[in-house]
Design a protein around this ligand. Sequence first.
Ligand code: AQP
Length: 345
Amino acid sequence: RRVIFSGIQPTGIPHLGNYLGALSNWVKLQTSAQRDDVLLFSIVGWHALTLPQDPTRLQSSREDMLAVLLAIGIDPTRSILFHQDHNRHHTELCWILSCLTPMGKLRRMTTWKSRLAASRNASSENDIDDSLLNAGLFSYPVLQAADVLAYRATHVPVGEDQRQHIELTRDLADIFNRTFSRHNQPPLFPLPEYVEAPSKRVLSLKDPSSKMSKSSPDAASRILLTDTSSQIKAKIRGAVTDSIPGITYDPLSRPGTSNLLTILAACTDSDVVQVTKRYENKGHGHLKSDVTDAVEEVLKGPRTEFERIRHEKTFLEQIAQKGALQAMEYSAATIDQVRRRVGLS
Ligand code: AQP
């Protein structure tokens, strides 16, 4: 049987990139799952703390995220839907794995390298502004590994930007297995597989050299799952493209135009090359109008459902409580074995 695990940070309402790159795949996996497959989807609050958060906003973002996940179709009677911070097994396993993680592996994570680059003082290559960095930011890929391994997950559907972290998770599972499998004990952890999302990285609408992100200061750079149809229209109309006549798919030299084609293909479940052919002799205005319609079609259902359930606090609390208990039941068996193997039972 497959054990499928994935998570999302409660750092704001998810955007179209989160949806096309990860969340829509969660729903597809849930629909196509075999009866004995286990699915776990987590709102990973501890990860959010790697960057400064306003406590009141974090609290409401956690609640909104739960409502969004239900609104897009995660079914709590089929999948275990829970807040990571309700299950302390994650942090316990994270500590044990941290003690097995070579620093060099963490230094090679591209997410860390880009944070480091961003914090270098403009006046000197070697001068790093420490105030922008913290130990959690450096080691959060280990917490991510613990999130996955606590359930001995076999499959992890995440966006392309997380692929390297799944490789690290496999490495740490392997290190643990080799270090703590004495007397012919079978390895404790399966090596989890990265499950590719149907859509690749969705880029910022305002700066197509970077990905669409919840934390970008420019709100016009992303389409939120809860945006109204007029907000969607305005954001796509304002998306940065180029002045080259005709439409071609060329992510390197035409990233803005190609991003719109990626979005259109993903929203209509089509191949990007086929989609591009239809626009060969058309202009950006035509493309943008069709992208707007396709995005609206995908988001209108979740948006209505979100508005319906977001204020049902008791219902949302019950879902969270049930999810936490189910998640802990699963991870307790792993943590018990981990403690025994390392000599801490
Ligand atoms: N632009 C994107 N395109 C495709 N997939 C994406 N994901 C994120 N951005 C894109 C995928 O969404 C899942 C949940 O992401 P996350 O919230 O846990 O963290 P993140 O990758 O850091 O996403 P954001 O939006 O950029 O959040 P902030 O700004 O808070 O850091 C992951 O599977 C991710 O791959």
